[in-house]
Design a protein around this ligand. Sequence first.
Ligand SMILES: Nc1ncnc2c1ncn2[C@@H]1O[C@H](COP(=O)(O)OP(=O)(O)OP(=O)(O)O)[C@@H](O)[C@H]1O
Ligand SMILES: [Mg+2]
Length: 234
Amino acid sequence: MLEVTGLHVAYGGIQAVRSITFHVGAGETVALIGANGAGKSSTLKAIARVVDAAGGDIHFCAEKISRIAAHEVIRKGIALVPEGRGVFARLSVLENLRMGAYICDAAAEVAQDMETVFAYFPRLKERARQLAGTLSGGEQQMLAIGRALMSRPKMLLLDEPSMGLAPIMVQKIFEVVRAVAADGMTILLIEQNARLALQCSQRAYVMESGEIVLNGESAKLLDDPKVRAAYLGE
Ligand SMILES: Nc1ncnc2c1ncn2[C@@H]1O[C@H](COP(=O)(O)OP(=O)(O)OP(=O)(O)O)[C@@H](O)[C@H]1O
Ligand SMILES: [Mg+2]
């Protein structure tokens, strides 16, 4: 479904991503793991066209998307949940969700999608009229994922959904990520919590200093002594 070939991302003189190649198949959950500054977010941002690629190609559903505008990427069916969430603090939960549905005009469909989001995150329904800025960090993460789902994506790009959250909330969020995946969503998951990412995905790529240094089935990587020593703190 997603094919990234020889992708480069640079900020001025800084090479953040150096010619990486990977793919995500329809219905797969694939993790991209690696230390701070490895280039994970830059990779996602290049796919979502929030930053320009300095080289390489990105294809989605056999169509080249490496030069189209960011809003076109959403229309093609890719929804990014950015690092730091980016919910609209001064809008309510409901209003935030409606913003996510802006590519859909049919009120009945929006209402139905909202019920789907509330089924995944009952907490958001309880807080529907609360301002997003007053939600807890975990609730904001739920809202960011819910808002992304409102665009009826074929694929979700999740940038560190666990960031800054207490373990219990991380568990809740990842239960929903698993449920969304089980319902057929294709997911590219970025995580610094390598163990969690490997437990939630079928395959994974490990990034270091802008390059992919390892890849394989997540279950095998979880058992690999080198991976355990370098990325799982064992
Ligand atoms: N807007 C920017 N301008 C300049 N340099 C940037 C910019 N964004 C990222 N970088 C640099 O690019 C490199 C990769 O950053 P990136 O955010 O992709 O890493 P990451 O793997 O997501 O890290 P983290 O786990 O800390 O989120 C880093 O060295 C970072 O300082
Ligand atoms: Mg990042």
